[in-house]
Design a protein around this ligand. Structure first.
Ligand code: ASP
Length: 408
């Protein structure tokens, strides 16, 4: 008997999310008690699946492409999609923040200090791509090095040709087993998302406290949310329709479970099992495309994060009364794109890599403290857009690999 999606799952997750918002809003910190019982347990169960899922699905995704040449051209198509959509969203963010100017007229509190983010540099980021120790990378849930390892492993397996086929069969079985595990864990999603959302809202002090924080820098939050909405509800659906010939409403509806999981976990990586399931099982995108694009996208392709980093950097400049020249805006454009690529798919990673953007144009790092209070909330929305961008990418890339369309 295979675990299948029960029909009640989606409505139950929606109810769970709404009840979680209501409970966290009204009962505030009291909701923290339920966090460890089910919230953390559910989150851990998702995280537990991520590394094997990335490993198996990427190795399989690469071998399914059939030849090293095909891996190269699929890789290039995928990267073109990632870079094009990320640049689009950063551009959108820059236009909105320059136009709406949410930071102008905001008086800075004195005594702000930069949050501790640890050592971070482009060199450090670049070197972290290739793991010296793959077991350590896996143990620390460092997804990017695991991706690199899986890609290289898959390519090497392909190079073995016929002799490698039995191992490919084993990876197919392992992958199917993991997908069954995802279905099983998903049965606990309604109660899991309820607990995660309620506890997070509760931790932030409940409704009135959140409202106060939001009001203080409401213009900034509204600009980020407007940008994310335009990108997620207009740009990406158009791309999906034009380049993948898919109905965006149906496609988005079938992604609902992944969207709500992204909202409740604020982590693209933790959501990956659900994203893969929605894209493959519900939206019928072939495993060859989804298995390749989605694990990569969960860490590399973050449209929402890139948009938010650009808006936040200019917002900080505006509050300090620093005029950003066109060249500086261009630098922000480039660094926000790169910083989103370097950000791991975990909660508030974007806030950390934003240090690189601010440093690149010489903005004060203390400015981050200004946006810190609402970041946990905006993080949830940008994670949803990150996941949505990956899902659209899987359909677009599939369409441009004609010989893949019939394979499932
Ligand atoms: N939480 C985001 C994600 O996992 C990353 C970020 O923007 O902080 O996609």
């Amino acid at each position: 008997m295979a675990f299948k999606h029960p029909n009640w799952l989606l409505p139950a997750i929606i109810v769970g999310t709404l009840l979680g918002i209501a409970a966290g809003w009204f009962f505030g910190p009291q909701m923290l008690v339920i966090d460890w019982i089910v919230g953390t347990l559910f989150l851990n169960a998702l995280k537990m699946i991520v590394i094997p899922l990335v490993l198996f699905s990427l190795i399989l995704g690469v071998t399914a492409l059939g030849s090293i040449k095909e891996v190269g051209s699929t890789g290039i198509r995928t990267l073109i999609y990632f870079l094009a959509t990320t640049s689009l969203s950063v551009g959108l963010g820059l236009i909105l923040v320059n136009w709406l100017q949410p930071g102008v007229g905001i008086t800075l509190q004195t005594g702000l200090s930069a949050p501790a983010t640890g050592p971070l540099s482009w060199k450090h980021l670049f070197l972290s791509f290739v793991p010296a120790n793959i077991v350590k990378a896996m143990a620390e849930m460092d997804v990017l090095p695991v991706i690199i390892f899986s890609l290289l492993f898959g390519i090497s397996l392909l190079a073995l040709g016929e002799r490698g086929k039995p191992l490919v069969k084993i990876f197919e079985l392992l992958n199917d087993t993991i997908i069954q595990l995802v279905h099983f864990v998903l049965c606990f999603a309604p109660i899991g998302v309820f607990a995660l959302v309620a506890a997070k809202l509760g931790e932030s002090g409940g409704g009135p406290a959140i409202w106060m924080e939001l009001k203080k820098i409401g213009g900034y939050a509204a600009t980020v949310l407007l940008g994310l909405s335009l990108h997620g509800l207009v740009a990406l659906p158009l791309i999906l329709f034009l380049f993948a010939r898919r109905n965006p409403f149906v496609y988005l509806y079938r992604m609902s479970e992944a969207m709500l999981t992204a909202f409740s976990t604020a982590s693209s990586s933790a959501t990956l099992p659900v994203t893969m399931d929605c894209v493959e099982t519900k939206n019928n995108v072939s495993n060859r495309s989804a298995g390749f694009v989605l694990p990569l996208g969960a860490t590399v392709n973050m449209d929402g994060t890139a948009l938010y980093e650009a808006v936040a950097a200019i917002f900080i400049a505006q509050t300090y009364g620093i005029e950003m020249t066109l060249t500086q805006q261009l630098i922000i454009f480039l660094t926000a794109t790169l910083a989103s690529i370097g950000a791991p798919g975990i909660p508030q990673a974007g806030l950390v890599t934003m240090v690189l953007v601010l440093k690149a144009v010489g903005l004060p790092l203390e400015g981050i403290a200004l946006i810190l209070t609402v970041d946990w909330l905006l993080d949830r929305f940008r994670t949803m857009i990150n996941v949505w961008g990956d899902a659209v990418g899987a359909a677009v890339v599939e369409r441009y690999l004609p010989h893949l369309q019939s394979s499932k």
